[in-house]
Design a protein around this ligand. Structure first.
Ligand SMILES: [Zn+2]
Ligand SMILES: [Zn+2]
Length: 349
């Protein structure tokens, strides 16, 4: 693991002063931390990062994620030892703070695309703290608890999946006849497609992070993987091969299929759906997407606020004040009582 071709470091250094550079979401350039020179990031003009890759479930798949063990690397700038741990593909040298990024090599990662950060550190920090300050019924000390916490930026791994489905289904539904409710069964056939289902490729990507990114993800903004975009940010490679990603995606797809079947059947009050689907045309992308995460702890419970690095949508976990919730509940029951009184008064006349 000492071949420089595996680690991008020399090309993340400033050609003006040999200082360390970091990617700047504000300018979209590689910026020198010493002399502030901005270096335009050049990407392979022949790459098509939006391209999807065909997957044939009937072929044997031997692909495995590579480099899951710790990998020591000698820093080219200061000679210090840098350890790439587990799934990390971007590190800073603990001695000289230089950025080092692993190049995805090997057949598992030739399909990698990404969208770089457009939301910067300060903007994300403000967004996360504003989000906390606007929470209703929050404990009064929440803001002061969070005030010392900072966001940190990470590229997280995702899959996108496409497929075509030919579905034979049966639905059981309720019909009301006079005062009686009876069960009926109907069956049908439909063709449907899925496009760019976003699937996390890391156990660290919680539903909270996924749902936030979902709203801002636009495949036409994808670019080819380029180490310069990762300089100064943490980044994780995919934890599982495509086959495993597809298997995990099956649950999401089943939920969507059931909803589409209910709609296609045209029946109200569907209580049960069963189906057999013939899946063809599976296509995938292996991508990295940017998020800012602020970790904090309230009364011993770890919580996080997430700002999407694409456009800044912010969402998170938060505690409630039981005193304020009780007060709100009391207020709500007062309102119900007042409304009931007026309604009652109307009824009298
Ligand atoms: Zn410089
Ligand atoms: Zn170093």
């Amino acid at each position: 693991m000492t071949e420089s071709s595996v680690i991008a470091q020399a090309d993340l250094m400033c050609t003006n002063c040999a200082g360390q550079c970091e990617y700047s979401p504000r300018t979209g350039a590689l910026t020198c931390k010493s002399c502030a020179t901005e270096h335009v990031i050049t990407i392979n003009p022949n790459a098509d990062p939006e391209a999807e890759h065909h997957y044939d479930p009937d072929l044997p798949h031997t692909e495995q994620p590579k480099f899951t063990q710790d990998r020591p690397y000698q820093c080219e700038t200061c000679g210090g030892e840098v350890i790439f741990q587990g799934h990390s593909i971007s590190e800073n040298c603990p001695y000289c703070n230089g950025s080092l990024v692993e190049r995805p090599n090997g057949e598992s990662y030739v399909t990698l695309g990404m969208i770089p950060f457009s939301v910067g550190n300060e903007q994300a920090q403000d967004a996360a703290h504003n989000w906390v300050s606007r929470r209703w019924a929050a404990p009064s000390d929440l803001q002061s608890v969070v005030s010392g916490s900072n966001v940190s930026g990470i590229y997280v791994p995702f899959w996108t999946f496409d497929s075509k489905e030919a579905v034979n289904y049966t639905v059981n539904y309720k019909v009301t006849r006079g005062k009686k409710t009876v069960m009926r069964t109907d069956s049908g056939f439909m063709k449907t497609e899925f496009d760019d289902l976003l699937m996390p490729a890391s156990p660290h990507v919680t539903p909270l992070i996924r749902d936030g990114i979902l709203h801002e993800f636009e495949p036409s903004n994808l670019r080819p993987f380029e180490p310069a975009y990762l300089a100064g940010f943490a980044a994780e490679r995919h934890h599982q091969p495509v086959r495993e990603g597809l298997r995990q995606n099956a649950k999401d797809k089943a939920l969507l299929l059931r909803n589409r079947i209910k709609k296609h059947s045209g029946k109200n009050s569907v209580v049960d759906v069963s189906y057999l689907t013939d899946t063809t045309g599976i296509k995938y992308r292996r991508i990295l997407l940017p998020v800012w995460i602020l970790h904090y702890e309230y009364n011993g419970t770890p919580m996080k606020v997430v700002t999407c690095g694409l456009q800044g949508r912010t969402f998170g976990e938060r505690p409630f004040s039981s005193v304020k919730l009780l007060a709100l509940a009391a207020l709500a029951s007062c309102a119900v009582a007042a409304f009931g009184f007026v309604w009652g008064a109307y009824n009298i006349y």
